[in-house]
Design a protein around this ligand. Structure first.
Ligand code: NAD
Length: 418
């Protein structure tokens, strides 16, 4: 499928091929499992604040519809491309299936730099994208959520635009909304808290003590910052953090509350004086027990995989490790990898809870949400760990295998029409 050609899509396909070979998925089932069901690309003309008109490009990819509606985030980033979105949709499929959620995977994105757009421009862009997507989405068809560069406000504009079209409020059209608009308690923190929970389980598994462990977090956004605070709560010392402007290092630990305040004031961690500025590349190679890439794809590559110095690699971002880096990590059994489709699954699990609450108009307490979240994550962690040990395969192969096989089973049972 040439339309999807992109380094990240090739990476997702390569991972799928490894899983299909290992679990001997028959040739005539592979293309059906691998390629997206459908995709849509739209031109988004909007009025800019200076009076000019600018046209942005938006995409949405629905990977498979076998297990239920599709579900996945919406990303605003200058590098958004159809192939990247398709790869992220494919990973969402395996992630939802691994967690046992009744969804296929989807992803969307607009190629733009949200930090360079005003609130009014962002609102017009979001509303226009939603309007263009109306024939393609629905609360029983395809449900969006925040991802890089988008947030609760983005979801509220989407819900409002869709609801204006239908003539009544449809909270189930998106998840990750503000709680006052039908969002779920705990959704904003769910991905990062899930990352924290799984790191704690991994520390337990390999015998690390939180109080003697150091963490480094790449990307101090929604996921990375909440994961960092969760780790600090367990007693882990966070010694390195970064955002798109660069990294910070303090061997004695970074004061996260002060850093958070600095970011709230400056919208960036640049200029924070209580840590030493370092590059994002160097940050990944810092000595630590826990390394959490929580920003972009393809950060751990064949160039730096041999140099990372952690004991746990917790993939909070989607696709942070390339297949070439995986080959190197497979030769480094001292590193325990929590693969992305498991590590960051907390977000889509609580999105699923939010969707269920919206459909029923019956809302749960934060304790109920968190209890249910940790129960699902625990089940998925044990399933992946046991499969990895039993089959003597990497945690990634075990996680992807669990997800892909559930979708394969679904397709087999439903059959092929006509
Ligand atoms: P976000 O926009 O809130 O934060 C992203 C952070 O990464 C920001 O601090 C940004 O400055 C930083 N960043 C961007 N490019 C960078 C680079 N090249 N080097 C270092 N830092 C960089 O996004 P988020 O929602 O926290 O998402 C982060 C990752 O987690 C993405 O891979 C996303 O797909 C994944 N994810 C998010 C969720 C969710 O619920 N938000 C769920 C699952 C997975």
């Amino acid at each position: 499928m040439e339309i999807y050609d992109h380094p990240t899509f090739r990476m997702a396909c390569h991972q799928f091929d490894l899983v299909a070979d290992y679990w001997q998925i028959p040739d005539n089932e592979r293309a059906r499992l691998k390629f997206p069901k459908r995709s849509m690309t739209v031109a988004l003309p909007i009025h800019m604040d200076d009076g000019s008109t600018k046209v942005f490009t938006g995409h949405r990819v629905q990977h498979h519809l076998t297990l239920g509606p599709t579900k996945g985030g919406l990303r605003y980033h200058p590098d958004v491309a159809l192939g990247e979105v398709a790869a992220l949709a494919m990973w969402m499929s395996w992630k939802c299936a691994l967690a046992g959620l009744p969804y296929g995977g989807a992803k969307g994105g607009i190629a733009c730099n949200p930090s360079k757009l005003s609130m009014t421009e962002l609102e017009r862009l979001t509303r226009r994208y939603t309007q263009e997507m109306i024939p393609f989405i629905g609360e029983k068809v395809d449900v969006m959520a925040p991802d890089m560069g988008t947030n609760e406000q983005t979801m509220a504009w989407m819900m409002d635009t869709y609801s204006v079209h239908t003539g009544y409020t449809v909270p189930g059209i998106v998840t990750g909304k503000p709680v006052s608009m039908g969002g779920s308690l705990g959704r904003r923190e769910s991905t990062g808290r899930g990352v924290g929970y799984l790191i704690n389980r991994a520390m337990d598994t390999i015998g690390l003590t939180p109080g003697q462990s150091r963490a480094v977090v790449q990307g101090f956004g929604n996921v990375g910052s909440v994961a960092a605070f969760s780790l600090a709560k367990f007693g882990v010392k966070v010694v390195g953090v970064s955002d798109v402007s660069g990294g910070l290092y303090n061997a004695n630990g970074i004061d996260l509350l002060k850093l958070d305040k600095h970011i709230a004031e400056h919208r960036s961690l640049a200029g924070f004086t209580e840590a030493e500025p370092i590059s994002n590349a160097y940050l990944l190679e810092l000595p630590c027990e826990i390394l959490v890439p929580a920003a972009m794809e393809r950060q751990i590559t064949e160039t730096n995989a041999a140099n990372i110095k952690c004991r746990i690699l917790a993939e909070a971002a989607n696709g942070p490790t390339t297949p070439e880096a995986d080959v190197i990590l497979d030769q480094r059994p001292e590193i325990f990898v929590i693969p992305d489709i498991l590590c960051n699954a907390g977000g889509v699990i609580v999105s699923y809870f939010e969707w269920v609450q919206d459909l029923q108009s019956f809302f749960w307490t934060e304790t109920e949400v968190m209890d249910k979240l940790f129960r699902i994550l625990e089940g998925a962690f044990v399933q992946v760990l046991n499969l990895s040990r039993k089959q003597k395969v990497s945690m990634r192969m075990a996680a992807l295998g669990g997800g892909v096989k559930r979708v394969q089973d679904g397709k087999r049972i439903r059959g092929l029409f006509p």
